[in-house]
Design a protein around this ligand. Structure first.
Ligand code: C2E
Ligand code: CA
Ligand code: CA
Length: 460
């Protein structure tokens, strides 16, 4: 028997998350910079060749090549790599020009360095999400270079200095490009702030108007029987359709809205557990709920969870909280105390996205965990990447040695399931069985699994 995994309701095509919109603006910025580089480099190359200033021509051709490479990279969705290429090339070229070709004299100022602050601002925008040392280091390098070239008349040689008319044309070009770039950077920042504010207001409203729903993704054992589910929140946006959590959870975390949202999720999940408890088919199902770091850090988190469990009248043994490795970095003692407080009452814990974050084995030993969840990035290429297979295998052995259950998420094919089973992983979750679905579809899935030994969804 084949159980098709009903797909998530797709978001309407009109919906583009703020991060997707931001990415589009950054793409446009890089494309604009690349096009400008090609036009300016090409123009200067022709002018220099015409004036017989051959020493500068290769540099301009190099700029044109960089511009083309950066457009190609951006079109292949490698915008950060394109931006890094642009920034590195421009930094080296502009510093070189300042030192050799645009050296100030008694009657002429240097102007090439005027581009540096605007490019520093662009680097800051482009490298969002990258390591802070890279992001801040790149921007600060541009700003320091600007200050040095502006405050000194230092130059390596005056033998190749451009003639005065070229330098005046260069000054016009640089200042115009610099102002246009700064203006564009400001527009991107403004658009980001506006989009973020609008989403935040929408989120607050969504909480009041109850626009969130939980979808349930089955967790199955080696025999294909459903043993539980993971609750995954979705936002039923009145205009944009079903919005996935990746588009609003990060903002909810930054703004603190994750606290009321997380509480709603817990209440909804426990209400569902109470409903399942009334039916023999679903009475033994465990429900896993994602808890964010900020939620878990609340001083009264333990009391909050126990209160909800009690008010819903559910068996705490059926509630499992999923924590991520990244939240275990700070204040581990407080985390352990809270976990113990909940565990005493029967609530269990799973360590989500295991292997992707900071994993100290000594912490792992101290944490009162029940389950490790192999992250889907290792499951995806399990059959083709020996490193991923080795990681999955190591997590399974680690779990066995520590007496923890191990579940694999993101299982999409029979091959992955069979391999995981062969290395001792006995629990699975993934599109191969079912996508996260509304509760009615989940219940139907469980029912079917009781009537026939479950076989996975056709086509995963
Ligand atoms: P997560 O906890 O790692 O959840 C697993 C994600 O993987 C889910 O995405 C699920 O739909 C997806 N997934 C499951 N099986 C497969 C598969 O076979 N292939 C692929 N490609 N993907 C699979 P979703 O629902 O979009 O959730 C994304 C993240 O949002 C979650 O990652 C979790 O970190 C967060 N999230 C969702 N609901 C909540 C919540 O109620 N509270 C909090 N704090 N975070 C939540
Ligand atoms: Ca999870
Ligand atoms: Ca996960």
């Amino acid at each position: 028997m084949s159980i098709p995994g009903p797909p998530d309701k797709p978001s309407r095509p009109t919906w583009r998350s703020p991060s997707a919109k931001h990415q589009r603006r950054i793409d446009l910025m890089v494309l604009f910079g690349s096009a400008f580089l090609i036009a300016a480099g090409g123009g200067w190359a022709v002018l220099f060749a015409w004036r017989g200033l051959w020493a500068s021509v290769p540099m301009e051709i190099w700029l044109v090549i960089t511009g083309i490479a950066s457009i190609v990279l951006t079109r292949r969705q490698k915008t950060q790599e394109a931006g890094l290429l642009l920034m590195a090339t421009l930094f080296i070229t502009l510093c070189g020009i300042c030192l050799v070709l645009d050296v100030p004299s008694a009657n002429t100022h240097r102007s090439t360095h005027n581009l540096l602050p605007a490019l520093g601002a662009c680097a800051f925008l482009l490298l969002r999400g990258r390591h802070p040392v890279l992001r801040h280091g790149t921007s600060v390098a541009f700003l320091i270079a600007y200050v040095v070239f502006d405050a000194t008349t230092f130059g390596l040689s005056t033998a190749y200095v451009w003639p005065a008319d070229i330098r005046s044309l260069n000054a016009w070009g640089n200042d115009l490009f610099s102002i246009a770039t700064l203006y564009m950077a400001l527009m991107v920042i403004q658009a980001d702030v506006t989009a973020r504010n609008a989403l935040e207001a929408d989120l607050r409203n969504a909480l009041i108007e109850n626009q969130f729903v939980l979808h349930y993704q089955p967790q199955v054992n080696g025999k294909g029987q459903v043993i539980g589910a993971e609750a995954l929140v979705r936002w039923k946006h009145p205009r944009h359709g079903m919005v996935p959590p990746g588009d609003f959870i990060p903002l909810a975390e930054q703004t603190g809205l994750i606290l009321p949202l997380g509480e709603w999720v817990l209440k909804e999940a426990c209400t569902q557990l109470a409903i399942w408890a009334r039916h023999p088919d679903t009475a033994a199902l465990k429900l896993a709920v994602n808890v964010s770091a900020r939620q878990f850090r609340q001083p009264d988190f333990v009391a909050l969870v126990l209160n909800i469990v009690e008010r819903c009248g559910v068996d705490p043994h059926l509630l499992k909280l999923e924590l991520t490795e990244s939240m275990l970095v700070n204040d581990v003692d407080d985390i352990i105390a809270k976990m113990k407080g909940l565990k005493e009452r029967g609530v269990s814990f799973s360590l989500d996205d295991f292997g992707t974050g900071f994993s100290s084995l000594s912490y792992l030993k101290r944490l009162p965990l029940d389950q490790l969840k192999i992250d889907q990035t290792f499951v995806r290429d399990l059959l083709t990447n020996p490193h991923d297979a080795a990681i999955a295998s190591t997590v399974v052995s680690l779990g066995q040695n520590l007496g923890l259950e191990v579940i694999a998420e993101g299982v999409e094919t029979e091959g992955q399931r069979a391999f995981l089973l062969s290395i001792g992983c006995l629990l699975f979750q993934g599109y191969f069985f079912s996508k996260p679905v509304p509760v009615a579809e989940f219940d139907a899935y469980v029912k079917r699994s009781h009537h026939a030994p479950l076989e996975p969804a056709a086509g995963g």
